[in-house]
Design a protein around this ligand. Structure first.
Ligand code: SAH
Length: 461
């Protein structure tokens, strides 16, 4: 492809046409359709062009000087005289113009395509001069494909676009337009029943959907990351911009919600510690019911949705209701904490495995046994652990881990209020004092612990 097709804004822009006969008149007709301002360079004009000048739709210049071309968005050279065309081309090029010389492709910066005109729908066809006959055949085929009044239907759609945007939920718009252009509205309009077509479309807008559109709802479990909005994935942002409704948690940073589509509904379903105004079953039921109404539901969760976010319960509820689901992964808090510390989670020769664990269990279960998780050469990343620090310290010390085992805590990782504290296992409660929720606690167990007071659980334990 050596020429690039493009639709140029021509309204009110200056087009210079050199020539006063039929060739020039052809170009003038085209350019007037595009509402360009015309300047004709010719000593004499044929009656059609003279009429344009007389009615003020074009101006005439008799001298082909450089000034005559100044400010032209586009120049057509069409005098019908080969020698004169070449000379005028040189003047126009010297004036810096984009030039088309009729029937002289080698002198053209711009070539006019074959056009199928159903204004505002325009199809342009070009063959780069290789096969003009083929170009004409294609034009004929497209002329037959597109009913003569198609432009009026497109214009009607254009006038109703904002009404559709207001009344039809995002998830159903595509189906509505598909129905408009491939269904009864297009048929009625093509048969000349333009008023019937318009009322069908208006009725669908009032309904908020195309008739019979069973818009399928969808639930996306989207990872919001640790807080900083530039730590969200591009896919997560895309889902936020497609969403009809967003259910979000307490740990989701308001910054992140700003990325959502403006008219998406935002519903807070966070739990405050100890309080249960949003029991999980209620959240499950809410998101399923929103999806059943055909909405695109985003369930926005902090970090990665598949970690300690009760995602499986929501997925199960959706699955049981036959609703399509997906997970959009996110940067989990442990990764964000490592980034805050500017230190890797694993280190060759020192820590060769990573354990992600919660220090809190369901209300009715026992607190998890952190000592049972500990392994030589492991980095243990503890979620929901701020209230368990004294117990963690006591259990691990009792299990015989060295006093100087490294401990790090990062609260509000990646956010403006981020806080980093480092310490040692033996003095963990004191070192990590003041670390507030939400925080990740990282404990790096030595590969070859020395000075163990009690046996360390075997790897298989
Ligand atoms: N799905 C989330 C975890 C949810 S559980 C994730 O992948 O990160 C909630 C716990 O995550 C908090 O108690 C805290 O331990 C941790 N957390 C979430 N955001 C955090 C942040 N910005 N900084 C530190 N810890 C965070």
């Amino acid at each position: 492809m050596k020429t690039f097709p493009m639709f140029l804004q021509m309204a009110d822009r200056l087009v210079v046409i050199a020539g006063g006969g039929e060739q020039a008149a052809q170009k003038a007709r085209l350019m007037l359709k595009a509402e360009a301002r015309l300047r004709l360079i010719a000593a004499a004009l044929d009656p059609e062009l003279a009429g344009l000048v007389a009615s003020g739709r074009a101006e005439q210049v008799t001298e082909a000087s450089a000034e005559a071309f100044t400010g032209a968005a586009l120049v057509f050279i069409a005098t019908g005289d080969e020698e004169q065309d070449v000379a005028l081309h040189a003047v126009a090029k010297a004036a810096g113009c984009v030039v088309n010389v009729v029937d002289r492709p080698e002198l053209c910066d711009a070539v006019t395509p074959s056009i199928v005109d159903r204004d505002p729908v325009v199809v342009a066809i070009g063959t780069e001069g290789t096969a003009p006959v083929l170009g004409r055949q294609i034009k004929t085929q497209i002329e037959q494909m597109l009913e003569p009044n198609l432009g009026a239907l497109a214009a009607l759609a254009g006038r109703l676009r904002s009404a559709v945007a207001e009344a039809v939920p995002h998830a159903r718009r595509r189906a509505l337009w598909d129905w408009v252009f491939a269904g009864p509205i297009r048929d009625a309009h093509a048969r000349g029943k333009e008023r019937e077509a318009a009322s069908l479309l208006k009725a669908a807008i009032a309904e908020g959907q195309a008739p019979g559109d069973q818009a399928r709802g969808h639930i996306s479990l989207v990872g919001a990351g640790p807080g900083a909005r530039d730590l969200m994935t591009l896919r997560a942002v895309k889902r936020l911009q497609e969403a009809d409704v967003i259910f979000y948690d307490r740990l989701v940073d308001p910054e992140v919600l700003e990325l959502a589509r403006r008219d998406a509904q935002r519903i807070y379903v966070g739990k405050t510690v100890g309080a249960h105004e949003w029991p999980q079953e209620k959240i499950d039921a809410l998101i399923v019911s929103a999806a059943r109404q055909g909405q695109r539901v985003v369930r926005l969760k902090s970090g990665d949705p598949s970690l300690f976010g009760r995602a499986e319960e929501e997925l199960r509820a959706a699955r049981e209701a036959g609703i399509e689901t997906e997970i959009v992964p996110g940067v989990t808090a442990a990764s964000a904490a490592a980034a805050s510390l500017n230190r890797a989670l694993t280190e060759r020769g020192a820590t060769d495995h990573l354990i992600l664990a919660t220090a809190t269990k369901r209300d009715d279960a026992d607190a998890p046994d952190i000592a049972a998780l500990a392994r030589p050469g492991a980095t243990l990343a503890l979620y929901m652990a701020t209230r368990q620090i004294p117990r963690i310290e006591a259990d691990l010390m009792a299990a015989g881990w060295p006093h100087d085992t490294e401990v790090e805590a990062v609260a509000n990782a990646s956010q403006a209020s981020e806080k980093i504290v480092t310490g040692r296992l033996g003095t963990m409660s004191r070192d990590l004092e003041g670390v507030t929720h939400p925080a990740i606690i990282l404990i790096r167990f030595p590969m070859h612990p020395v000075a163990v007071a009690a046996p360390i659980p075997a790897l298989t334990a």
